[in-house]
Design a protein around this ligand. Sequence first.
Ligand SMILES: N[C@@H](CCC(=O)N[C@@H](CSCO)C(=O)NCC(=O)O)C(=O)O
Length: 208
Amino acid sequence: MGRYDRETALHAFDGQSRVIHPCAAQAKDDKPDFQGGTLRCHCHDSPVLVQINAQSQHNHLCGCSRCWKSDGALFSQIAVVPRNAVHVVENADKLGLVDPAAVIQRYACRDCGVHLVGRVESKSHGFYGLDFIHTELSADIGWSAPSFAAYVSSVVEAGFPPEQMPHLRRQLRALGLEPYDCLSPDLMDVISHHAYVRRRSEGERVSA
Ligand SMILES: N[C@@H](CCC(=O)N[C@@H](CSCO)C(=O)NCC(=O)O)C(=O)O
C-alpha cells in the first residue's frame, strides 16, 4: 500500500483511485465464511492489536472529517461489527478516546494516531451494539469489501475543491462505489426506523 502526503494528494487530485483510498481499486476478496481477524495500529514497536471475531458489515468509504484516514487518502474505509466481537488483545493502555462528545466514541493509538475502534455508546442510537472498525488495518484476507461511499460532500469541508466534486463522484461510481452525502439508503432507513420506534415509545404521535 503506497503512502503519500495528504496535502499534495488534495491539490494534485486527478481522479486516481489511490487518492480516493489506497485500497479502493484492489481486488474484492470477501470470503463468505470469513470469521474475522486482527487489526494492528501503525506502531512498529508495541502495536495495539484488536481481535475481531466476526465478518465486517456495511464496509464503505467515508469522506467525513471525523473518521481516520490513511496518509494522502481523501476517504477512510470503515465498517461495523457487533461490539461483543471486538477484543483489544495487546497494548490497550495506548488507546485514548478522541472526542468524548461524539456519537461514535473513537479510540486511537496515542503514539501513531490510528483509530482502532469506534463504539456507539448511546442506547438511543440506531447503531447501538455496533463498533466501527477499519479493515485495512488487518493483514487477514477475506473482509467484506467497501460497497458505497458515504459523506462524500464532507471532503469539501476538509479543503477539497468543490468544482472537482462531479469528477470525484464519477470516479467513485467507476469503482462501483455509489456516492452518498450521508450514509447509504439502507443505513439511513435503519437509523430512521429506530428513531420512529423510540419516538413512539416515548408517547409521541408520529405518522408518515
Ligand atoms: N460533515 C461532517 C459529517 C460528520 C458525520 O456525521 N460523520 C458520520 C460518519 S460515520 C462513518 O461513515 C457520523 O455518523 N458521525 C458520528 C460521529 O462522528 O460521532 C464532517 O465531515 O465532520
